[in-house]
Design a protein around this ligand. Structure first.
Ligand code: UDP
Length: 459
């Protein structure tokens, strides 16, 4: 008989877009590694399985993320052992039975948690259902340079982290060294292979890093090729990508305007010195429609199209003006990143991890207190970018980068080396192996016993 399909349960909470994005990436990796062998379920545990107030977690997060002082307070609340314990006990008292019933319906052979708030409760429920030792529990930390303590549970069977700093935090929180794997952040399929052709295959088999001079050449060639291929770009202009996460936040508009003004100045100076350079800025506003409309109106005059109505602009002076492309939410971020020479972004882990796979130097413009704070030293200390505060300082930094081709390329090469396009695949492979090797969810008879056992009072 054909082997039974295995069931992988991926637990998240939709606080921000990153956890679901990582879960989707991991699902794709599992399905690509073992077509038709797995059923993968992605569940927002608190919204889909529990009750108010836990069901309002995504909205509370949105509110807090827009109010940094409140956000910091909530972050610290969860960091203190006493308050964390208290919250865990309340959550357990209110939601334990619902999570148990849901788990008994899904009958997972492996549980993967991709959120800090989906460790403690599911582990407790699994313990009481007698699933520990049968169904592995895996944590995939979706933060990059730092992580909240609630990510780490000493009982997790495997913990995937993306950096040395987070590995140290896991050890400090009592995760046994043998359970920790440092793989990199799960990124979308689009980023599994390298746009410059450096990564041999998505699976990483036979991957041989290119020597530095060749890698530089590849990066430059691939950027040029993507500029030719992507609509609206001028292949000969240096290209700066400005983004602010999925929601287009962090004062994107003012940053873009300051950068454009500054680059106009650089173009004029360089032309006067007989060493011309021209720029284009691509602003990706994400879901921030208001910003997109505002910038589109503000920047319209910058990109005069030659033709009967606008042909009057003298070609030579017009070409010194920095071109600006404004986009809403783009579905091909990997291509825009591959076409750019540098990116300006808040310290979002997803964007940073993706930019690294594209060999893109990163100018950090801000961070969410607590959660994204550790990503700043991760970028700066690894020599793949800088952090500057305020639109003018950022614009100045970008102007300095653009004046120093050598430094820019060195950062690009370091970024490409730090990037982990194969991370999702590596994590997926281990998840698949664990699901296959462990006994898995008990068969029907045992399930009935298991559920009955779960109804008995906890020892
Ligand atoms: N993103 C995208 N299209 C856009 C804007 C953003 O695909 O127009 C993606 C981006 O590539 C990244 C994610 O949204 O994968 C943003 O994640 P990050 O961790 O940087 O920030 P968050 O939005 O979660 O705060």
């Amino acid at each position: 008989t054909a082997p039974r399909r295995l069931r992988a349960l991926l637990l998240i909470s939709d606080t921000g877009g990153g956890h679901r994005a990582s879960a989707n990436a991991l699902r794709d990796a599992i399905q690509q590694l073992c077509p038709n062998a797995f059923d993968v379920f992605i569940v927002d545990m608190w919204v889909e399985w529990t009750l108010w107030p836990f069901t309002s977690l995504p909205e509370s997060y949105q509110f807090l993320a827009k109010n940094p002082p409140l956000w910091r307070a909530a972050y610290c609340y969860g960091e203190l052992p006493m308050t964390r314990r208290l919250t865990e006990e309340v959550a357990n008292a209110l939601a334990h039975e619902r999570v148990r019933a849901a788990l008994a319906c899904v009958r997972p052979d492996i549980v993967v948690s991709l959120h800090p708030l989906t460790q403690n409760l599911p582990l407790r429920v699994m313990r009481r259902m007698g699933l520990r030792g049968r169904v592995p529990f895996v944590t995939v930390v979706t933060d990059l340079g730092g992580a909240h303590p609630t990510w780490f549970h000493p009982e997790a069977d495997r913990v995937f982290v993306a950096s040395e700093a987070v590995q140290q935090l896991a050890l400090k929180r009592g995760v046994p060294p043998a359970c920790i794997r440092q793989c990199g952040l799960p990124v979308r399929r689009e980023f599994w292979s390298d746009a410059s052709g450096d990564a041999a295959t998505a699976a990483g088999d036979g991957y041989q890093p290119l020597p530095d001079p060749l890698l530089r050449q590849r990066l430059l060639e691939s950027r040029y090729a993507w500029r030719l291929r992507l609509g609206g770009l001028d292949a000969d202009r240096k290209t700066i990508l400005v983004v602010g996460g999925g929601d287009g936040v962090g004062g994107l508009g003012r940053i873009a305007e300051a950068v454009v003004r500054r680059l106009d100045g650089v173009s004029r100076e360089r032309a006067a010195r007989g060493n011309p350079v021209r720029f284009q800025v691509v602003v990706v506003c994400g879901k921030n429609e208001r910003l997109r409309r505002h910038l589109e109106v503000g920047m319209r005059e910058r990109n005069p199209v030659a033709g009967p109505t606008r042909g009057a602009v003298a070609a030579s002076s017009a070409s010194l003006v920095t071109r600006v492309l404004v986009h809403g939410f783009v579905g091909n971020m990997g291509e825009w990143m591959a076409a750019a020479d540098a990116i300006i972004t808040k310290a979002g882990p997803g964007t940073i991890a993706e930019a690294l796979t594209r060999g893109l130097p990163i100018m950090l413009s801000g961070f969410l207190p607590g959660q994204e704070e550790g990503n700043v030293p991760y970028v700066v200390d690894n020599g793949v970018g800088e952090y500057r505060r305020g639109p003018e300082a950022i614009a100045q930094g970008i102007a300095e980068w653009m004046a120093d081709e050598e430094r820019l390329l060195q950062m690009a090469v370091r970024a490409r080396r730090l990037g982990r396009p194969h991370a999702t695949y590596e994590i997926g492979r281990e998840v698949v192996d664990m699901a296959r090797e462990w006994p898995g969810y008990p068969d029907t008879a045992e399930v009935v016993d298991g559920i009955e056992a779960a109804h008995r009072p906890a020892p």
